[in-house]
Design a protein around this ligand. Structure first.
Ligand code: HEC
Ligand code: HEC
Ligand code: HEC
Ligand code: HEC
Ligand code: HEC
Length: 319
């Protein structure tokens, strides 16, 4: 009897599961949008200011995060992309890159896989324009032309991990089961109509609150699927293999967005709240006299014992 009940419950659970999946959060694979031909076009397609009037708080928080300038960085990322081009790509015998004009989207994907995943929706000319813009920005900085440097910096920062990257492009992970992101839909925790002309629908992204959403860009190790694997962030690997494997149960979102109180201003060591959550420090000190040797005799020494306990969900620092 118990067994029959068990089987019945299992069937019920399966039906529920099917029903939930049956809602079809995503949909069939869609024709990719026409390739953006300029930085401006690509930036407009993913412009987060479209969401600002109704999601003011999320927008304000996000604007302060590094996601809002993910190829400019602190601004250390943009110059490092140039180093990767000049010291890497141009020196590799089989990369096909001798000059900037040889650069293709595929080459910049070494970095853009995580720093700007929507670059796969642009032409090779956009990859070249990005590199030219960073070079011009570096030159304007060196020449002391602050106005020009500032303008170019804005152009570089207009390419970023905006709202529609997380809430559409990378929102659905298991596409065979959950479907492919649809161009008229924002993905989050709700489904139904969405009060926006460009994106009139809302649908559920099952992994939006799971660490794997962030893990897509925060690195497991070398990016082995690329023609020439690169390695930058590896923090998601450390989260899975050191934290979760030892019983850690919090998600990236719980620590970085909820507990921190920072919401979309996803931060790390640059923020006081995160610093306070990072480590427990225990320091014990004592002083004593120590007979060192015959020549020096008895000398005063201090013994300081420092214990650091990492309370985050991964190694620090990363990268
Ligand atoms: C004209 C107003 C308006 C605009 C513009 C708008 N939204 Fe919304 N959005 C809403 C409202 C209102 C809700 C909440 C619906 C509810 O609570 O029933 C919502 C809900 C959402 C949700 C689901 C929230 C959840 O709890 O998971 C997401 C995600 C979202 N919007 C993202 C965006 C993004 C991204 C943009 C820009 C491309 C955008 N919205 C533009 C009004 C808007
Ligand atoms: C697997 C995804 C991934 C790839 C591929 C990747 N990065 Fe990163 N990178 C990140 C993430 C995530 C961070 C920030 C978090 C961290 O440091 O853990 C980061 C941080 C950085 C930083 C420091 C950030 C700052 O603002 O100071 C630099 C510089 C950088 N990346 C450059 C590059 C360059 C150049 C490439 C290509 C050669 C590249 N990355 C490839 C994910 C990646
Ligand atoms: C790095 C990925 C990422 C980016 C970029 C991002 N979001 Fe979110 N967003 C999330 C996640 C994850 C959640 C769920 C948070 C949670 O666990 O409470 C969320 C939740 C939301 C919600 C539901 C209500 C809330 O605030 O929790 C809205 C609305 C929303 N985002 C809008 C936006 C808008 C508008 C932007 C751009 C200004 C944006 N998001 C950028 C990941 C992102
Ligand atoms: C589409 C790729 C992508 C996704 C998805 C993503 N990130 Fe990031 N994140 C990055 C990149 C790239 C950077 C570094 C930008 C830079 O400085 O160059 C970054 C920066 C950060 C930083 C700041 C690190 C520092 O050194 O200050 C934190 C914290 C962070 N991300 C956490 C998260 C969390 C939590 C999520 C999930 C809710 C998430 N990210 C989702 C790509 C991503
Ligand atoms: C238990 C809470 C907790 C969890 C879970 C967690 N983090 Fe963190 N994370 C922190 C704290 C606190 C810091 C700040 C560390 C510091 O001040 O040096 C941090 C720092 C970071 C940094 C900056 C690393 C650096 O270079 O110093 C990144 C990026 C980041 N987290 C991303 C993530 C992502 C992605 C996940 C999920 C895979 C995640 N975190 C899970 C608490 C957490």
């Amino acid at each position: 009897m118990k067994r029959i009940l068990g089987t019945g419950l299992l069937c019920f659970a399966l039906i529920l599961l099917l029903a939930v999946n049956g809602y079809s959060e995503g949909g069939a694979k869609v024709q990719p949008p026409p390739k953006a031909k300029t930085i401006k076009e690509l930036a407009e397609r993913y412009d987060s200011s479209k969401c600002m009037e109704c999601h003011e708080e999320a927008h304000e928080q996000w604007s302060n995060s590094l996601h809002a300038r993910s190829i400019l960085g602190t601004p250390r990322t943009a110059p490092t992309i140039i180093t990767a081009v000049d010291k890497g790509l141009k020196n590799f015998a089989f990369s096909g890159v001798k000059e900037d004009k040889d650069l293709k989207v595929e080459h910049l994907m070494l970095c853009a896989k995580c720093h700007l995943p929507q670059l796969d929706e642009a032409t090779d000319e956009v990859a070249q324009e990005i590199v030219a813009t960073i070079r011009a920005w570096q030159k304007a900085g060196k020449d002391g032309d602050e106005d020009k440097a500032e303008k170019l910096e804005e152009t570089i920062a207009s390419l970023n991990i905006g709202c529609m990257v997380c809430h559409n492009k990378v929102a659905l992970i298991h596409k065979y089961a959950d479907g492919y992101p649809q161009p008229d839909t924002v993905y989050g925790a709700l489904d139904g109509d969405h009060d926006s002309e460009e994106f009139p629908k809302m649908a559920v992204a099952p992994a939006m609150r799971e660490s794997i959403l962030c893990g897509q860009c925060h690195g497991l190790g070398p990016n082995l699927e690329l023609e020439h694997p690169s390695q930058c962030a590896t923090l998601y690997g450390s989260y899975l293999f050191a934290y979760v494997a030892h019983g850690g149960s919090e998600t990236c979102q719980e620590c970085h967005m909820v507990k921190s109180g920072l919401g979309h201003d996803i931060q790390a060591y640059k923020d006081e709240a995160m610093i306070a959550m990072a480590v427990d420090v225990k320091v014990e000190g004592r002083s004593l006299f120590w007979r060192k040797n015959k020549e020096d005799g008895v000398v005063p020494i201090g013994v300081i014992d420092v214990e650091l306990y990492n309370k985050t969900g991964h190694v620090i620092p990363d990268g």
